[in-house]
Design a protein around this ligand. Structure first.
Ligand code: SF4
Length: 374
């Protein structure tokens, strides 16, 4: 089984923290949709006729697309891929786009899961991050989506946003739980160089993120959501039992996927490839029937590192057995010293030949992973 990701690189405004690829001008929208459809046709063979299990429209802001745009994209997908076994079709949406009419369109076209970029229920934080919606829109859109028959909803939240205490974050978590959605993703605010926040930090307008403050909010997140019946199945992802994102779980389980659109990545067990992150260059190449992509064939160590990077963050852990049989890596031997130290510090543990992060280890997942990489 395989997945398809489609990157829609348009947003109504630029959030101050975001370094994804997007444009706030919709001038090239029609050309870009045509190019995406063309790329879908050209990439027909990439997944070796594997049945498609998930389709994910991300961005950017796919909810900016109108019915005609979406019809073209889904039409192209149907022509090129076997979609009869598709179990999950996710569309990322921003709260202000979710009108009853739009929701009906999404439903009609086969979208059965919404991932809504709420980020916060507090207006001051939404303005600080330059989000294009208000807290009341955030609450209202979930209600509208549920009324329209969307039960499979995920919401995104951001923690670590500077404030004098944890009251805003506590309130965000309370409101999120009250919405009764089966899935919540929560990410720590990080400052990327090429963003407005990155610039602010350079000029001293924004203080660095307080790691201790953010870590406390992460601990609150885990404990509050666990008490509310959510499982932390990946460091940033929480779901009611069994309600995991099928698409993201497939990434973490190293299943193949095809990424379509500017800046999209693909993976087929042998190589990774990255499309150009530029709308005009993408359209120009597709007009010449070329896919503007860079292919990177993974060497054995790189493939193992990818495996470690994606699996250690999940509740299924990293299989030491698979590390040996699939990647030829005896991790217990190769990283004996590091593993012993990490165990002593209670950052990870092993059962049944699988490596897991402890609760404390999840706070340092990136550092631990880099220590164990080859
Ligand atoms: S966070 Fe989402 S809505 Fe905001 S700029 Fe990035 S892609 Fe667009």
């Amino acid at each position: 089984m395989a997945g398809i990701y489609i990157h829609i690189p348009f947003c109504s405004q630029a959030c101050h923290y975001c370094d994804f690829h997007f444009s706030t001008s919709l001038k090239l929208k029609s050309d870009l949709i045509a190019s995406i459809c063309h790329e879908i046709t050209l990439q027909k063979g990439y997944l070796n006729n594997e049945a498609i299990e998930t389709v994910y429209l991300g961005g950017g802001t796919p909810s900016l697309l109108d019915e005609g745009d979406l019809q073209q994209v889904f039409g192209a997908l149907k022509e090129s891929f076997e979609l009869t076994q598709v179990a999950e079709v996710t569309l990322e949406a921003n709260p202000e786009d979710l009108t009853t009419a739009k929701l009906d369109t999404f439903k009609k076209l086969g979208v059965n899961r919404l991932s809504i970029g709420i980020q916060s229920f507090w207006d001051e934080h939404l303005r600080f991050m330059n989000r294009s919606h208000s807290s009341s829109q955030a609450l209202k859109c979930v209600e509208l989506a549920q009324k329209a028959g969307f039960e499979n909803i995920s919401i995104d939240l951001i923690y670590g946003v500077p404030f004098r205490d944890h009251s805003v974050w506590q309130n965000d978590l309370k409101k999120a739980i009250e919405l009764n959605v089966p899935h919540i993703s929560a990410y720590c605010l990080t400052i990327e160089e090429k963003t407005a926040f990155g610039q602010w930090q350079k000029t001293g307008k924004l203080a660095p993120i307080d790691d201790h403050f953010a870590a406390e909010q992460f601990e609150m997140l885990v404990s509050v959501l666990e008490s509310a019946g959510y499982e932390q199945y990946e460091i940033s992802n929480f779901a009611k039992p069994g309600r995991y994102s099928k698409h993201n779980t497939a990434y973490w389980q190293q299943k193949p996927y095809l990424g379509i659109g500017p800046s999209a990545h693909s993976y087929n067990s042998v190589s990774r490839q990255y499309n150009v992150a530029n709308n005009a260059a993408y359209i120009k190449a597709l007009n010449e029937s070329k896919i503007p992509t860079t292919v990177e064939v993974l060497e054995a160590n790189q493939a193992f590192n990818e495996y470690l990077l994606t699996t250690l963050r999940t509740m299924w852990g990293t299989s030491l057995e698979l590390a040996g049989t699939k990647f030829g890596v005896d991790l217990l031997k190769e990283k004996e010293r590091e593993l012993s130290l990490l165990r002593k510090e209670e950052l990870l543990f092993t059962t049944d030949s699988t490596l897991y992060l402890t609760k404390k280890g999840k706070l340092f997942a990136d550092e631990i992973t880099s220590q164990l990489m080859l």
